[in-house]
Design a protein around this ligand. Structure first.
Ligand SMILES: Nc1ncnc2c1ncn2[C@@H]1O[C@H](COP(=O)(O)OP(=O)(O)OP(=O)(O)O)[C@@H](O)[C@H]1O
Ligand SMILES: [Mg+2]
Length: 491
């Protein structure tokens, strides 16, 4: 059985039980008040019918009834009637006497014409002598007695002792059926609104959860769930949404890894295939006796050696990169004098710079200061070597100049290495730190490289908790910069 159906059932039962209890209470009340278990059928009249008059009024009524039985002619005497009326007035009751179809006496405050129209018919057995009536906009309870002035002539008469009842009681009497209908309607409406409210707050979100779960089962993790509710159902929806997002992210990550793996495989195959083909070609040349002079043979062997060395370099770089990528390459951090370290690398490369006609320019005063960073010295050197190697490789036109600058920026040291080479096209700039990425001119100009140098530099700098970036204007050179956390002596 669905929750929605159960809710509908429970609200309907509440309404039905309430109505039954309400009707039973009304019935029991009427029985309790009237003492008659059939009283519900004449509920309106019975209370006043049983007790229409007070004790004094009742006594006066009995007096008149006695006269009516024994000497009815006396009831035609106006003075006597006025006397009775006066006594009744003192207890706030009123009198009316009927002779055949006409009212021969009525208390002056009564409207005798209206009253005559609503008085009950003669009923000489006097079985129902107490009841209520409406005259104009007044509501009365009364006691009456029907008698003969002269039985032989069928000359009939009635005495009425009337008492006006509260107008509010009359309003309630008139409106009671409507009020009961209104009560029942309010009850039904409340039940319905409650049902709608609970449905909206519980069933709809659960429905959306089910739909979302089905979509996830079908492999669609993109549909977002949202809720503003802070209740238990809202929390459930939020937890579900959290789960969906994490699942979505992890699947995306997996796809990304899978993509990476495929690309890596294709890059490695491609990068290994070129030197292997070359080596194979040279080896076949030697086998087929193409190298008929010792110089030619030496050239072929040299070429084979160079390609093999390239492959070795590529495999070494790849191994190193994948170790960094999988966090399997340990870092041994120590306090390193950054200026000293950069100077040392520059000195080691002096010969290379001279051979390529490259001038090194130091661009700031900090270059003299000792600036300590926490770094793995060997890996930091590798970063610098990779960056200088690129400058040497890609700067082709004189004058060749490399500018070095080391700054402090908050708790970081910033190293900036700029060259005045060809620079990089803005479209390629965001990709140069990706592994195997090589900009088109470097590929086509047969400048040797595997596209791993900057990817390795990035992994190393990020392993230090720093960041690496590049700025370039095509034709104006490339500026590479990285940050390293300054060493704080806490002793
Ligand atoms: N100083 C530079 N000037 C111009 N282009 C550069 C410079 N440094 C890097 N690049 C471009 O960025 C690409 C990626 O450089 P990276 O060092 O990662 O690879 P590589 O130099 O081609 O190969 P590897 O360093 O693995 O031998 C290069 O192929 C080149 O296109
Ligand atoms: Mg490089």
């Amino acid at each position: 059985m669905s929750i929605r159906f159960r809710l509908l059932l429970s609200f309907t039962s509440v309404v039905v039980v309430s109505v039954i209890l309400f009707v039973s209470a009304a019935y029991l009340l009427s029985v309790a008040v009237t003492g008659d278990f059939r009283s519900i059928s004449s509920f309106y009249n019975i209370h006043y019918s049983l007790h229409p008059l007070s004790e004094e009024e009742e006594n006066l009524f009995l007096d008149m009834k006695y006269l009516a039985k024994h000497d009815p002619k006396l009831l035609l005497d106006k003075e006597r009637l006025e006397e009775y009326d006066l006594q009744l007035k003192m207890v706030q009751a009123q009198l009316a006497v009927r002779h055949n179809d006409a009212i021969i006496y009525s208390t002056p405050t009564l409207n005798s014409r209206e009253l005559n129209q609503v008085l009950p018919d003669y009923e000489m057995g006097n079985y129902a002598i107490r009841s209520t009536l409406n005259s104009g906009n007044q509501f009365f309870s009364y006691a009456k007695f029907d008698f003969y002035f002269d039985e032989a002539k069928q000359d009939m008469g009635s005495i009425f002792v009337l008492r006006e009842r509260s107008p509010f009681a009359e309003i309630v009497r008139t409106l009671l059926p409507i009020l009961i209908i209104v009560f029942v309607c309010v009850l039904l409406l409340t039940g319905f609104l409650l049902y709608r409210y609970v449905t909206r707050k519980i069933i709809f979100p659960l429905d959306r959860l089910r739909q979302s779960a089905e979509q996830i089962k079908g492999g669609d993790l993109s549909q977002e769930l949202s809720t503003n509710a802070g209740d238990e159902v809202g929390q459930l929806v939020m937890a579900f949404e959290d789960m969906r997002r994490k699942l979505h992210d992890s699947i995306q990550l997996q796809l990304h890894y899978e993509d990476n793996r495929k690309q890596l495989l294709s890059n490695i195959s491609h990068d290994l295939r070129t030197p292997i083909t070359t080596i194979k070609g040279y080896a076949e040349g030697i086998r087929d006796g193409v190298t008929n002079t010792p110089e030619k043979l030496e050239r072929y062997v040299d070429a084979i050696h160079t390609r093999a060395a390239d492959m070795e370099h590529l495999v070494d770089e790849l191994l190193f990169y994948s170790k960094l990528d999988m966090n399997k390459e340990p870092f041994s951090f120590e306090q390193v004098d950054l200026n000293g370290c950069v100077r040392q690398v520059v000195n080691e490369l002096t010969l290379e710079f001279d051979n390529h006609g490259v001038e090194i320019v130091w661009n700031n005063t900090l270059s003299e200061e000792q600036l300590y960073v926490l770094a793995d010295r060997e890996k930091l050197k590798r970063v610098l070597l990779n960056l200088f190697d690129n400058c040497l490789k890609y700067m082709v036109q004189s004058p060749k100049q490399i500018t070095l600058r080391i700054d402090k920026q908050n708790e970081f040291a910033v190293v900036r290495i700029s060259d005045n080479g060809p620079g990089i096209h803005p479209d390629s700039l965001p990709h140069i730190f990706e592994r195997f990425y090589r900009e088109e001119p470097s590929r086509s100009q047969a400048i040797r490289g595997s596209g791993l140098g900057l990817a390795i530099a990035k992994q190393i700098i990020e392993g230090h908790g720093g960041q690496i970036g590049a700025d370039s204007e095509p034709g104006q050179g490339l500026a590479l910069h990285f940050t390293l956390k300054l060493f704080e002596d806490r002793r």
